[in-house]
Design a protein around this ligand. Structure first.
Ligand SMILES: [Zn+2]
Length: 316
């Protein structure tokens, strides 16, 4: 145990206990100082929240997912308040895979500004439309320079490009690698119930991309559409060396047994705590992981934040 990041604030008593464990708890950290990172949240700029109807008309994928007034569009302030409530240290804020580049850019501006104002609590991932060619790659460079740590949540099928063929994807992968950007994709379960926004990228396309771009760190959202279950095939397991799977929206998709079984299949070091806020309450998703792994199980700290901290090179 270390008091990393808290020197001068907390100290241990003679028995090795932190004197100020209440303070630690109030910041969301475990007793041993592990960071808690929600790797999958969505926030939208005020303009898009106010002009929701216009964006519903403009973008078919957005309409599919947000036509229902029950589908919330959250602000950065609402996310920060939720993080305080659920004791989350940092959240990755994702954009939306708009079909046009222009709303991607507006959304990116908001994510980057919100992150810059958050004192390190919000980690921005931006989106681009690769079909926009050079403009898309210039936008990716701008985002990387302004602090983006990744691109996502990307939905190649909704955005109208193929992930397993074509020059645009090669340029995307090459540029992401050059800028050290993690690529986070929505991956669709090929089976099971239908829900708004289910289709975004097939497991087979995602796998071909991962297998063909071994140097690129990639996150498959929502357990990568089930790809971890194929890790019992030796060549698949080898291909997943640089792949991560997030737990976003798990309570809507899987039984709670998924946490331990997926950890056994791909290793806990490949799993990231993600809620899909505001769809799923951050505290609910965090508790589900805590119920699956005992406090002294190293998998718990890895999944709740340590994997994300290493992957995204976050300050402790
Ligand atoms: Zn998703």
């Amino acid at each position: 145990m270390t008091s990393r990041g808290y020197s001068g604030i907390v100290s241990r008593d003679g028995q090795g206990h932190y004197k100020d464990s209440l303070f630690l708890l109030s910041t969301g950290r475990c007793y041993d100082g592990h960071v808690i990172v929600d790797s999958h949240t969505h926030i939208f700029p005020p303009l898009m929240r106010q002009q929701r109807e216009e964006y519903l008309r403009r973008d078919a994928a957005f309409a599919e997912m947000y036509a229902s007034p029950k589908a919330r569009l959250a602000s950065a302030e609402e996310l920060l308040a939720a993080m305080d409530e659920a004791q989350i240290d940092k959240s990755v804020v994702l954009g939306f895979a708009w079909s046009e580049l222009e709303p991607c850019v507006r959304h990116n501006d908001y994510l980057l500004e919100a992150a810059a104002r958050s004192g390190g609590r919000l980690i921005p991932f931006c989106t681009i439309q690769p079909r926009a060619g050079n403009d898309a790659f210039r936008e990716m460079e701008r985002c990387a320079r302004a602090g983006a740590r990744g691109l996502g949540e990307l939905r190649p099928d909704s955005q109208g490009y193929r992930l397993d063929e074509g020059a645009a994807v090669e340029v995307l992968a090459e540029a992401a690698l050059r800028h050290g950007l993690v690529l986070l994709f929505h991956v669709s379960e090929p089976v099971g119930h239908v829900y708004p926004g289910k289709e975004g990228l097939s497991v087979s396309s995602f796998y071909r991309f991962v297998a063909g771009h071994g140097g690129q760190a990639v996150v498959g959202a929502h357990w990568g559409g089930g790809l971890p279950f194929y890790a019992l095939m030796p060549e698949v397991r080898r291909a997943l060396a640089n792949a991560y799977f997030d737990t976003a929206a798990t309570p809507l998709l899987y039984e709670a047994a998924v946490y331990r079984q997926a950890a056994e299949l791909v290793g806990a070091e490949h799993i990231l705590f993600g809620s899909d806020f505001p769809l799923i309450d951050q505290g609910r998703q965090r508790r589900a992981i805590e119920e699956a792994f005992a406090a002294d199980d190293p998998a718990r700290a890895l999944i709740l934040g340590e994997n994300a901290r290493r992957l995204l090179r976050l300050e402790p």
